[in-house]
Design a protein around this ligand. Structure first.
Ligand code: PRX
Length: 656
């Protein structure tokens, strides 16, 4: 790992103000250290106490952690609860009339939903799902616009013990089909259209296309929410039912299905380095606890907060920090349907002013694009309501961090740079804002009870300043339980034999500095991080090779100012290597093909055609060389094992 030693030296420290520290839920490093000590001295007692404090139980658990069948850990295994009850019913008495969601649509119109209204709407929809025959343990795929109804659909599934799998509305029919098929979903919930940035996408038609691709025989019904006035192209009286008709005569009370702590709450598909996407399976109680602890510690939740996480419910951030975390703790949150740049790049700042947002959680890619499109724009708005800022999804570069801190946060708001993953369920490494002094670009310290470490190939901790593999050495409540239908892959991917199956391997490289602060250096597998979203190179390669023109393809990432990484594809056609206009035409066709096969986010920014790809004599593609060529960097690696060295020059000259 010597070659990935960090070159970034960042010594600026930003301690919380006295005022912030004094009022914080965890106050000062003493507060943080006390929690860490408690976790270190009595791990089960520590989590057990939090689970009793932050989760409402129907039947209390008697056992905290069962590790007898590692790595298939069980938390609170004899307890019973319901996540939707925890997000809705338990707030009715104290804050039934409190606004739960301030929804701002793409066109700027605003509506508000109180906890009581949300409760009734979730109950009605839950009864609707039951009337379609959905039962505990059935899978429900949610392919919807980001908005109140998507949250209702998730909460309603949770309420009746069904397992939801949300598919991001930007995914294509093929990607949707794969997920429906893998989860064997009984019901799909979609909308006629989604509206983002003034443009519509026909989700219902894409769903029809997905079901038409075959392999989705499990699907009995498709519920369609009417988001716009557009009429769906096709309508099957047997399979389709409008959302508004389904809920029309349903009772607005619905007794929650009391589930076991370990019953799955949802499956969320995420990219891996090989093979098809992994269905990351989360539990009910442990997952929910993770969201609650971090709302309290990392987001320093206060009853008076107006909280806004800009993610889409299609990603894990939208699950943990929109659909479950804020509702579980009883927060008022902004939910935004649109994009940060529409109608212009001041949208976020305008909305922070309008809704008096106190806590703002977004992604580095959004920050970088907003700096580029109007770095001075925030100054035109009153952002004085803000007290805490957060980032997630990828490392944030110190310049973007400083801009966020000064221009958006007015120099007074701590920034919580939260490292976590689809698989971890909740924030893992992040500053507690009233305790840790932050450093631009570092996610700082593990949360109390999270045993993060950085190790070498043998599993031994590396010394400060040296890069290594980020691992978690003890199970934690909100961790992934398995890969849906593939427990072997779960074991091999996350608890590899290299570490005797004892360490959770995150797939990231990282180092610690002399203060023990953690710096994430990037992925160690063939996974790209484009605009904070994980894309498996393998999936994009398979999509390309599925095109009739393509013989072979290799995909790598290239650093990108705004997106973090962009997709570069090396392609060998079945016919001869195209040049000039011909090459441009085929490149355009292949980009559209990838958008259609996976979704626009996976489209290659750059395509390079070659007569073949650089391979070792044993036939392995030398990706490191392809990364260097994509970056325009000098190739310093030893190319003597290369079968066909002349290919490098050809690929170097062929960017389109
Ligand atoms: O590489 C890390 C990066 O995003 C990966 C997880 O991606 P995903 O499962 O899609 O979840 C994203 C939202 C939680 C990680 O393995 N990552 C996430 N947060 C950070 C980060 N890298 C650096 N700093 C972060 N704060």
């Amino acid at each position: 790992m010597g070659t990935i030693d960090s070159v970034l030296k960042e010594n600026r420290l930003f301690p919380p103000s006295d005022d912030f520290r004094v009022k914080a839920n965890v106050s000062g490093m003493d507060g943080y250290n006390a929690l860490c000590e408690k976790a270190n001295s009595d791990y089960a007692g520590f989590w057990g106490e939090l689970a009793r404090e932050l989760v409402s139980w129907k039947k209390p658990f008697t056992k905290v952690l069962n590790d007898s069948n590692a790595p298939f850990f069980k938390w609170f295994e004899d307890g019973e609860m319901n996540v939707s009850y925890n997000c809705l019913d338990r707030h009715l008495e104290a804050r039934g009339n409190k606004v739960a969601i301030i929804f701002e649509a793409d066109d700027g119109s605003v509506s508000r939903v109180t906890y009581r209204e949300l409760y009734h709407r979730v109950c009605q929809f839950a009864n609707g799902l039951k009337s379609l025959g959905v039962k505990k343990g059935d899978r429900v795929v949610i392919y919807m616009p980001h908005g109140v109804e998507a949250i209702i659909a998730m909460q309603a599934s949770a309420r009746i013990g069904a397992i939801h799998s949300v598919v991001f509305g930007g995914f294509s029919a093929g990607a949707l089909r794969d997920r429906i098929q893998d989860a064997a979903a009984k019901v799909v919930i979609t909308a006629n259209e989604t509206v983002r940035g003034g443009k519509t996408t026909p989700l219902k038609s894409i769903t029809d296309e997905a079901l038409g691709l075959g392999g989705c025989d499990s699907v009995e019904k498709v519920v369609v929410f009417q988001r716009t006035s557009a009429k769906p192209e096709h309508w099957s009286e047997e399979r389709n039912i409008w959302w508004h008709k389904l809920v029309k005569d349903q009772a607005d009370e619905c007794e929650p299905e009391w589930v076991n702590a370990e019953d799955p709450l949802f499956i969320l598909y995420t990219s891996g380095s090989t093979g098809k996407p992994k269905g990351v399976q989360h539990s009910s109680a442990g997952y929910f606890l993770g969201t609650q602890v971090t709302m309290k510690w990392v987001f320093d939740y206060k009853d008076s907060d107006v909280y806004w996480c800009t993610a889409d419910v299609g990603w894990i951030t939208g699950h943990s920090y929109i659909a479950y975390g804020p509702l579980g703790i009883g927060a008022t949150q902004v939910v935004f349907e649109g994009v940060p740049t529409y109608p212009d790049a001041s949208r976020f700042w305008q909305m922070i002013e309008k809704h008096e947002v106190t806590t703002f959680y977004t992604a580095p890619t959004a920050i970088r694009s907003l700096i580029k499109l109007g770095g001075d724009l925030p100054k035109q708005y009153d952002l004085s309501s803000l007290r805490l800022l957060g980032t997630v999804g990828e490392p944030i570069n110190p310049e973007a961090w400083m801009w966020y801190h000064e221009v958006v946060g007015g120099g007074r708001c701590p920034i919580v740079d939260t490292w976590w993953q689809t698989e971890t369920g909740a924030n893992m490494i992040a500053p507690l804002p009233g305790a840790a002094a932050t450093k631009p670009g570092s996610c700082t310290l593990p949360l109390p009870g999270i045993m993060a470490d950085i190790v070498d190939e043998s599993g031994a901790p590396v010394e400060a300043g040296k890069g290594g593999f980020l691992v978690i050495s003890k199970p934690w409540p909100s961790m992934v339980r398995t890969i849906w239908g593939d427990p072997d892959r779960f074991k091999k991917t996350y608890f590899p034999e290299d570490y005797n199956g004892k360490l959770y391997l995150a797939g990231d490289s990282a180092h610690r500095d002399e203060n023990g602060y953690i710096w994430i250096m990037g992925r160690i597998d063939d996974v790209l991080n484009v605009s904070g979203h994980r894309l498996g190179t393998m999936e994009i390669e398979s999509a390309l090779v599925a095109n009739p023109l393509v013989a072979e393809a290799a995909v790598v990432g290239k650093p990108h100012d705004i997106k973090g990484e962009s997709v570069v594809a090396y392609v060998v056609l079945k016919s001869s290597r195209p040049e000039g206009d011909d090459a441009k035409k085929i490149a355009k066709e292949l980009r559209e093909w990838v958008a259609h096969e996976i979704g626009k986010i996976a489209q290659p920014d750059e395509i390079r055609f070659g007569d073949n790809l650089p391979k070792t004599r044993s036939g392995k593609i030398m990706r490191r060389l392809l990364r260097d060529i994509a970056k325009g960097a000098e190739i310093t690696a030893d190319t003597s094992t290369l079968e066909n060295p002349a290919i490098l020059e050809q690929l170097r000259q062929s960017a389109i």
